[in-house]
Design a protein around this ligand. Structure first.
Ligand code: MSP
Length: 633
């Protein structure tokens, strides 16, 4: 049975619709599978939705809808957006489907019967937003390390013996250099495992939503254990022809869900089941907007289809071509190791320089000259052998990047190829050859037509509509195989092409952008009244003493003076501030926050800090000295 090239994305929480961050992973999987198909492969692309968590049940309640109705409507919206973005998946799995829940129960049953799952206890905290359990010591200022609210949990719980897999996981990572890419992420995983893996909680009390634990429906299976199983439930494991797909070739994911889930819990579950490891976990960074990870609660969402619609109105192009601009931009700037900050200015500028000036213009010049100098036909003759060599090596480089999931670098090759077309036109000056009736004209124009065909081929996995337009201008069938486009003998001779028609018009960047700006404005949801705000007592305080907290590398214990009172506060700022630099400094204190115990110390309030671009703390301080205890509004 020939194995298919199996590519997966994470399955998305459906408490809100996709934004450019979640679209990124799905676009990347689409580009990789389209590329594989164009190289003669047989790819299989799975995506879907993660529907069984607490946060989904809460989102449905908030929307005032029955859960089943809510999840179906949201899953439909995901599918509709992916279709509008021309994302061609082979299967879309929803974790509320029976084909999935039965497999989750089977996995649970097998791991329990093999002695890997046992009934234990958990006392700690739960972050509903990331659906993650945390120990008290992992909290920072009473919040999860991601900065989300947490709730206290003390329950009997089923546990999975994750700790038993530490050595095998380290060994696998060590022996398979391509298992976790990029390399920097691998180091994070290794140090997390080396700190000592604890057994993982894999159930929660049954509150009516989720997959019941086999033989104990007082519990449902923890949403992450449930969700990870999608990668094998969708291909029909343990029956049918799942071996045609498994192991997955590339599992794409964002950096937030690598360490605790895809690189530890998931492979350990597979080891417990006796299944092979996925070949590569390809982890990307975040797209940031307004300096932060995109999230509905932060109000900094940029929606991909809306972004395309606004561009299509402004540039006067059809929606499908505008979608390709979003696809192009997302993949061109795909954050590989670090994060990428999206700005509308950059989006528009890249549109004008790379898609309009380089790609669209290059194609338009060639098509126009074929009309002006060659009677609207691709002439006979031979293609410049030097160009053939250069283009072969460009396409090889493009392929290497695609095979390594470095889509950003592959897209850079597209720009380079477009520039080669423009450069060839500028150097060979076909208009002069035409004027002088130079016999080299045919060869030059044929070479240029061939270059445009190759450009169409390498664009196609990234920008399929743009590629169709180029094929149409050349009056050729869409290029289905990049290698065939490269073969000069496949380019027809004395072949009539279609009339010139510029694909992407230039965008006037000086024109009013107010409407577009709207899409990346900060929309703070959950308005509060001034009375609500005044309930929070903010006061100026001064740091008298700052001391590191043992075994907590992010925390500092601060002794503050506030008016006549002294307060002790724990703050997660140790990585940005040295204790000695804080002494004597004024800060802003939330003085009526209920005291909480952290790491054995009572924290009697919270000091205010802004989140820096990488989530680091930037302390707030009065513009000039103010008496300690002064209230702040
Ligand atoms: N449901 C889980 C995944 C379960 S997979 C077995 C989940 N869902 S999510 O909707 O919150 O995130 C899905 C993916 O989108 C993750 O890979 C996440 O990293 C990615 N992104 C979410 N916001 C993002 C950005 N702003 N930028 C880039 N990727 C982002 O986690």
């Amino acid at each position: 049975m020939p194995k298919r090239f199996y590519v997966t994305t994470p399955i998305y929480y459906i408490n809100s619709v996709p934004h450019i961050g979640t679209a990124l992973t799905t676009l990347a999987a689409d580009a990789l599978t389209r590329y594989d198909r164009m190289m003669g492969g047989d790819p299989y692309f799975l995506t879907g939705t993660d529907e069984n968590g607490t946060k989904i049940a809460e989102a449905a309640a908030k929307a005032g809808k029955p859960i089943l109705q809510f999840v179906s409507e949201m899953a439909d919206q995901f599918e509709s957006i992916w279709k509008q973005m021309h994302i061609q998946y082979d299967d879309f799995i929803r974790t509320s489907e029976e084909r999935h829940t039965l497999v989750v129960q089977e996995v649970f049953r097998r791991l329990r019967d093999a002695g890997y799952i046992y009934k234990g206890e958990f006392e700690g905290w739960y972050d509903v937003s990331s659906e993650t359990f945390y120990k008290e010591s992992e909290l920072i200022d009473g919040k999860s390390p991601e900065g989300n609210e947490v709730r206290y949990v003390k329950d009997p719980i089923y546990k999975f013996k994750l700790s038993a897999f530490s050595e095998r996981l380290l060994e696998h990572i060590e022996n398979h250099p391509k298992f976790i890419v990029p390399e920097t992420r691998k180091n994070e995983v290794v140090s997390f495992i080396k700190q000592g893996l604890l057994d993982a909680n894999v159930s929660r009390p049954n509150t009516g939503w989720g997959v019941p634990v086999p033989d104990d429906d007082s519990h449902v299976i923890y949403v992450w254990f449930d969700a990870l199983v999608n990668y094998i439930s969708a291909i029909g494991w343990p029956d049918g022809d799942w071996q045609k797909y498994w192991p997955a070739d590339v599992q794409l994911l964002g950096k937030d869900i690598l360490v605790r889930f895809h690189a530890t819990l998931w492979p350990a579950m597979l080891m417990g089941l006796g299944l092979e490891m996925p070949k590569t976990l390809m982890t990307h960074g975040y797209i940031l907007t307004g300096g932060e990870k995109i999230s509905k609660s932060k109000g900094n969402v940029v929606a991909p289809v809306e972004l395309a619609i606004e561009l299509s109105n402004r540039a006067g192009i059809c929606q499908d071509l505008a979608i390709d601009v979003v696809r192009y931009y997302s993949l061109r700037t795909m954050p590989y190791e670090s994060d990428w900050t999206f700005t509308l200015e950059d989006f528009e500028q890249r549109y004008n320089t790379e898609l309009v000036n380089d790609v669209s213009n290059g194609v338009h010049r060639v098509i126009s000259m074929l009309h002006n100098f060659c009677d609207g036909k691709i002439p006979n003759g031979k293609v410049d052998p030097e160009a053939v060599q250069v283009f072969h090596s460009d396409v090889d480089e493009y392929s290497t990047h695609m095979k390594e999931s470095r889509i950003d670098m592959a897209v850079a090759v597209i720009v380079r190829v477009a520039n080669r077309i423009n450069g060839t036109i500028d150097r060979s000056k076909p208009w002069e050859l035409n004027k002088n009736q130079d016999p080299r004209l045919g060869e030059v124009m044929r070479s240029l037509a061939w270059m445009v065909r190759v450009l169409e081929g390498i664009c196609r996995p990234i920008t399929p509509t743009l590629a169709d337009r180029i094929a149409n201008l050349l009056n050729l069938e869409p290029c289905e195989r990049v290698d065939l486009a490269l073969d000069v003998s496949n380019l027809p001779s004395v072949h009539s092409i279609n009339p010139p028609d510029p694909i992407y018009p230039r965008l006037d960047l000086s024109a009013s952008k107010d409407t577009l700006k709207e899409s990346h404005k900060i929309h703070d949801t959950d308005e509060i009244t001034i009375e609500d705000f005044l309930r929070v007592k903010l006061r100026v305080a001064r740091v008298l003493e700052a001391t590191p907290v043992p075994d907590a590398d992010k925390l500092l214990r601060l002794d503050l003076i506030v008016g006549a009172e002294k307060r002790q506060v724990l703050a997660g700022i140790a990585q940005q501030y040295q204790p000695e630099d804080l002494i004597g400094r004024q800060v802003i204190l939330v003085s009526n926050l209920k005291p909480r115990k952290l790491r054995g110390f009572e924290s009697q309030g919270m000091i205010l800090a802004a989140d820096g671009p990488n989530g680091e703390a930037i302390l707030l301080q009065p513009d000039k000295e103010a008496p300690e205890g002064t209230s702040v509004h």
